[in-house]
Design a protein around this ligand. Structure first.
Ligand code: UN1
Length: 473
């Protein structure tokens, strides 16, 4: 589609220095004024949504509705950040000393690094970048080398608006590969690096950020599961499961990868899934053509990894119920030639299927059965990752058990809705190998600021805390 020049080491050095210089001015701009820049960005994103949404689809292969949804996610977070720009609240605490005021305030942190993945090439930047901007940070963005074009388009918009409003340098983009990401992780001038990608990437970035005692915000892989109880609305559950597993061609970190069926409905629900997955084979096609539900994977390597996973499924004793093959040009409309298509794949997992413990970024769903909810939760929690989870049930007791301390161990736990498609208003992220970071809504903004606890003595005496006495005479 295009050639993008990678930043050289000298470019990134210059960019990080400039981001630091811009920070020294930006942190002095009152937060509600910073919100005005983000408001202008949200307005421009609304205007550009049709074009940007198409570009996201072109570059990543998401169907158009999901490309547009991704831009909507940016607009939503812009609105959220504008509101937040008047609400970066600190607490006032009761001092134990008379005549003293004790409170906390939040200050901008510095230039921050944002490393994004190909699958949400612009929305995840917006979660970080727009919140960071109202918090008074400047932003250095390294997009995925697999999806730099929509990043360049978004950077074009935000950098122009920032410059027009008198704040050049708030947003910087550096196109680069893993080596740029590694140097950002090691760079002490970036007090926070927020990184989205594989667990392997996060482990290495996290280690090098920790070595310099920097802050990391990691949003890594998921191996998300849903439990369907026998009393669930099965029509609703079926739609949620199919979208969660096959939507975005299985390339969301929230994609549903494991399904746990309560035994009484297992045979029937599996049969309905076989029907639904089979019908999806007719919906594989060009992401911009109306009616397509399954676009291509991101690249040839992704197809290779799909094929390796299928080989392992077979060798480990999993039963492929639907799919399992790449889709070659002979089975595709002419406009799809050269794309990397695979069939949505449904697998009956035996008791132990080691491949199901790994995240393959493709539309593969492993189906398990469980005799009861406790066993279902145990299977759900047996993954190394802990991003998203769901239960389908009409039982209050089952739903609350799933949401209780002894229930799902994930950062996201849903009832009667799927694992993917979270709204921006909540904090997004997960536990265990997912990395523990939280982005987007709720109080995730606190990661982008530094907290300062202030004690003010407005008397003429000097009482010490904890009743300590230290009299000089
Ligand atoms: C991701 O895949 O990295 O919850 C993010 C969702 C989207 C975000 C996914 N709102 O599925």
């Amino acid at each position: 589609m295009a050639r993008v020049r990678m930043a050289a080491a000298t470019d990134s050095e210059r960019a990080i220095r400039a981001a630091h210089a811009a920070f020294l001015c930006w942190r002095q701009v009152p937060a509600p004024r910073r919100g005005e820049l983000v408001q202008a960005i949200g307005k421009e994103l609304r205007r550009m949504k049709p074009v940007l949404g198409r570009l996201v689809s072109w570059e990543t292969g998401k169907i158009l509705s999901e490309g547009l949804g991704e831009v909507q996610e940016m607009i939503d977070i812009a609105d959220f950040a504008v509101g937040l720009s008047r609400q970066l609240y600190g607490l006032t605490m009761q001092s134990e000393r008379s005549g003293h005021r004790l409170y906390e305030q939040w200050h901008p942190l510095g230039p921050i690094g944002v490393i994004t993945a190909f699958n949400f090439p612009v929305a995840v930047w917006a979660w970080n970048g727009l919140i960071a901007a109202v918090c008074g940070d400047t932003v250095v963005w390294k997009p995925s080398e697999k999806a730099p074009l929509c990043a360049l388009a978004v950077q074009g918009i935000v950098a122009r608006l920032a410059a027009d409003m008198g704040h050049p340098g708030v947003f910087t983009l550096l196109a680069g590969d893993g080596s740029l990401g590694r140097s950002m992780a090691a760079d002490r001038r970036l007090p926070l690096v927020s990184a989205t990608g594989s667990c392997a990437m996060g482990r290495s970035a996290g280690e090098s950020i920790a070595r310099r005692l920097g802050r990391s915000l990691l949003e890594l892989g998921g191996n998300n599961a849903a439990v369907v109880m026998a009393d669930a609305d099965l029509n609703l559950a079926l739609r949620a499961v199919v979208f969660g597993a096959a939507g975005t061609a299985g390339q969301r970190c929230t994609t549903l990868r494991r399904l746990i069926l309560e035994e009484p409905i297992a045979a029937d629900f599996t049969a309905r899934l076989v029907g639904a997955f089979s019908s999806l084979r007719e919906k594989i096609g060009h992401p911009l053509v109306e009616g397509t539900l399954i676009g291509p994977l991101i690249d040839r390597e992704a197809v290779e990894r799909f094929k390796q996973a299928v080989a392992r499924i077979k060798s480990e004793g999993g039963e492929i119920l639907v799919g399992g093959s790449p889709v070659g040009p002979a089975r595709l409309p002419p406009e799809c030639s050269g794309g990397f298509f695979v069939e949505p794949t449904l697998v009956r997992a035996g008791r132990d299927l080691p491949i199901s413990r790994e995240e393959t970024f493709a539309p593969i769903l492993y189906v398990f059965t469980a005799p009861d909810l406790d066993r279902g939760i145990a299977i759900q929690n047996s993954a190394d990752q802990g991003l998203s989870s769901a239960i389908f049930t009409r039982s209050l007791m089952a739903a609350e058990t799933f949401l209780s301390a002894a229930g799902s161990d994930c950062g996201i736990a849903n009832v009667n809705t799927g694992t993917s498609g979270a709204e921006i208003g909540g904090a997004f992220g997960g536990e265990k190998d997912t990395g523990g970071g939280r982005e987007a809504g709720s109080d995730a903004w606190k990661a982008y600021m530094r907290r300062q606890t202030c004690t003010i003595n407005w008397t003429g005496s000097l009482p010490l805390s904890q009743g300590v006495r230290f009299d000089l005479e």
